[in-house]
Design a protein around this ligand. Structure first.
Ligand code: UDX
Length: 484
C-alpha cells in the first residue's frame, strides 16, 4: 500500500487512519473496484478547477500528477505559488509539493502512471456563445495516445464544463481513436462536473453539496464512486449517478438557476427603488423565509460577474437554439444583468446630474470579494458607462488592481487605498462587498470627498448610519434616498 504519511493539520482532512479504513471498507463493498492500493490521479489542465482539485487530492494523500501545456504556469506552480488567488490554496499547494504527493509537469505522457485521469481544461466561449471544444478534444487525443500501449484499466473523467452530449459524442470517439481502446472495456469514461465557487474553491472541494457522476456504464460509476469514497474518508456527499448528458446539464442548469435568482432579485430591487418606504433587503428576507424559495442568492446588487454565469448562460442559450428551442427566460436573465450596470450609473446621475468632468470613485473591481478576478465583473461595465458619460474615474480594489490595469490601462486612475481613492471625489460607488469598505464610516466619506455622494451598489451600509451623506442604494425606496 502506498504510505499515506503525514496529512496537514486541517479540519477538513481525515487523518491517515481514516483514509486507510475508508479504502478497506470500500474494497469490501466492490471486489474489482477498489483495492487497498491507493489510486493515483492526474489532472490535465491546471486552471482554477484542475489546480484546486489536484491540490485537494494530494492533500488527501493521493499520488497526484498535474499537467499543463503552459510552461510558465507549471514553473510557477512548482515554486508553491498558485497563479490564482484562492484562500488556503498556496498553503495546501506547498504541503502537496513538499510531501511529493503532487507533481506538476508539461509532459502529458505522465498520466500513464495514473489510474484516474481528470480532464480539466478550459472551454472558452465562441463569439456566438457556444463553447469551444478544441482544448477538450486536444487533451482527450493526447491522453488517448499516451494510453495506446498501456494495459491496465484507466478511467477518464470529464470535469470541464461541457454541453450535454460532449462526453459521449466528442470525447469518446477521440479517446477511442487515439488510444485504440474501447470505452467500457479497457477505458472508463464519465462526466463529473464541479460546482466550485471562487473564493471558497478549497472548502467546496472538501465539502461539496453533491457529487454528479455521469457514467457511460455501471463499472465506471462504481470506480469513480470508490475514488471519491476514499477521498471523503468513507462517507460520500449526496451522490447522483446518472447519464453523462444529465450530469452535463446539471452543471448548466445550476448556474443558470443561480443567475436567474440574481437577476430576479435585481428586478425586484429596481421596482423597490421606485416605491417610497421599500427596502429590497427586507423584501429578500421576507421571501427567503418561504422554504420553497430560500434565503440564499437573493442579494440585490450591480449584477453578477465571474467566469461562469455569463459564459454558461450563453452556452446553454446557444445549445438550446441549436436544438430548435428559444429559452427566452435565460435571455431575459442576461439582459437584466447587463442593464443593471446602467441602473448603478443612473443612481450616480440622480446625485450629480451630468457626470461630465465629475470625479467618480469606484470602490471594488473584483466580481465579488476575496478574489482578484475581474472577468465579467459589473465594475467594468459600470466604469465603461461612467467614462462614456465623461466622468473621470478613480478606482481601488484590495487585490484586483493588477488585473484591472491590464484591461482598463490608463483610462482609469488606480488608487493604492480607499482613503486616497475617495479624496476630493464628487461621488463614490461601492461595487464589491470587500470587508475593508465596510469599515469606512459616514465621517470618512464626508471628510475626504468634495461632495459626499455615495451609491451603495452592494448594500454594504445601513442608511441610518449614513445620515449627513447623500446615499442611494440599490433597491432602496425613494424616500430613504437623500439628495436624489
Ligand atoms: C459560480 C457558482 O456559484 C459555482 O457553483 C460555479 O461552479 C461557478 O460559478 P462563482 O463564479 O465563484 O461561482 O461566484 P458566485 O459566488 O456564485 O457569485 C457569482 C456572481 O453573482 C458574483 O458577481 C456575485 O456578486 C453575484 N451575486 C451572488 C449576487 O449579486 N447576489 C447574490 O445573492 C449572489
Amino acid at each position: 500500500m502506498t504510505p499515506v504519511g503525514e496529512v496537514p493539520d486541517d479540519p477538513f482532512l481525515p487523518g491517515p487512519m481514516a483514509i486507510r479504513e475508508a479504502e478497506l471498507r470500500t474494497s469490501k463493498r466492490g471486489p474489482r473496484i477498489m483495492t487497498t492500493q491507493r489510486q493515483r490521479v492526474s489532472f490535465v489542465g491546471l486552471g482554477y478547477v484542475g489546480l484546486c482539485t489536484a491540490v485537494a487530492f494530494a492533500n488527501r494523500g493521493f499520488e497526484t500528477i498535474g499537467v499543463d501545456i503552459d510552461a510558465k504556469r507549471v514553473a510557477q506552480i512548482e515554486t508553491g505559488r498558485a497563479p490564482i488567488h484562492e484562500p488556503r490554496l498556496d498553503r495546501m499547494l506547498k504541503t502537496a509539493l513538499q510531501t511529493k504527493r503532487l507533481k506538476v509537469t508539461e509532459d502529458v505522457s505522465q498520466v500513464r502512471a495514473t489510474d484516474v485521469i481528470f480532464l480539466t481544461v478550459g472551454t472558452p466561449s465562441e463569439p456566438g456563445g457556444e463553447i469551444r471544444l478544441s482544448f477538450v478534444e486536444e487533451a482527450a487525443r493526447e491522453i488517448g495516445r499516451c494510453l495506446r500501449d498501456e494495459h491496465g484499466y484507466r478511467l477518464v473523467v470529464v470535469k470541464s464544463t461541457v454541453t450535454p452530449g460532449t462526453t459521449r459524442s466528442t470525447v469518446r470517439p477521440v479517446l477511442e481513436e487515439a488510444s485504440g481502446k474501447k470505452i467500457g472495456v479497457q477505458l472508463g469514461l464519465c462526466a463529473n462536473p464541479e460546482f466550485l465557487r471562487e473564493g471558497s474553491a478549497i472548502d467546496d472541494t472538501f465539502q461539496p453539496d453533491r457529487l454528479l457522476i455521469g457514467a457511460m456504464d455501471g463499472e465506471t460509476a462504481a470506480r469513480l464512486e470508490g475514488l471519491y469514497r476514499a477521498f471523503f474518508g468513507g462517507k460520500l456527499p449526496p451522490t447522483i449517478v446518472t447519464t453523462p448528458e444529465t450530469a452535463e446539464l446539471v452543471k448548466y442548469a445550476s448556474n443558470a438557476f443561480l443567475a436567474t435568482k440574481v437577476s430576479y432579485i435585481n428586478t425586484i430591487a429596481n421596482i423597490a427603488q421606485l416605491v417610497p418606504g421599500v427596502d429590497v433587503e427586507k423584501v429578500a428576507e421576507g421571501i427567503g423565509l418561504d422554504p420553497r424559495i430560500g434565503p440564499l442568492f437573493l442579494k440585490a446588487g450591480p449584477g453578477y460577474g465571474g467566469s461562469c454565469f455569463h459564459k454558461d448562460l450563453q452556452a446553454l442559450i446557444a445549445f438550446s437554439h441549436a436544438l430548435g428551442y428559444d429559452p427566452r427566460l435565460l435571455g431575459a436573465v442576461e439582459e437584466v444583468n447587463e442593464e443593471q450596470a446602467a441602473k448603478v450609473v443612473e443612481l450616480s446621475e440622480r446625485l450629480l446630474g451630468s457626470l461630465r468632468d465629475k470625479r467618480v470613485t469606484v470602490l471594488g473591481l473584483a466580481f465579488k470579494k476575496d478574489t482578484d478576478d475581474i472577468r465579467e465583473a459589473a465594475s467594468i461595465r459600470v466604469i465603461e458607462r461612467l467614462k462614456q458619460k465623461g466622468a473621470e474615474v478613480t478606482a481601488h480594489d484590495p487585490i484586483a488592481i493588477p488585473n484591472a490595469r491590464l484591461l482598463l490601462g490608463d483610462s482609469v486612475e488606480f488608487a493604492a487605498d480607499s482613503a486616497s481613492a475617495i479624496r476630493d471625489a464628487d461621488c463614490c460607488i461601492i461595487m464589491t462587498e470587500w470587508d475593508e469598505f465596510r469599515k469606512l464610516s459616514a465621517k470618512d466619506y464626508i471628510e475626504a470627498m468634495r461632495s459626499p455622494n455615495l451609491v451603495d451598489a452592494r448594500r454594504l451600509y445601513k442608511p441610518e448610519d449614513f445620515e449627513g451623506l447623500n446615499l442611494l442604494g440599490i433597491g432602496l425606496g425613494k424616500d430613504k434616498a437623500r439628495g436624489g
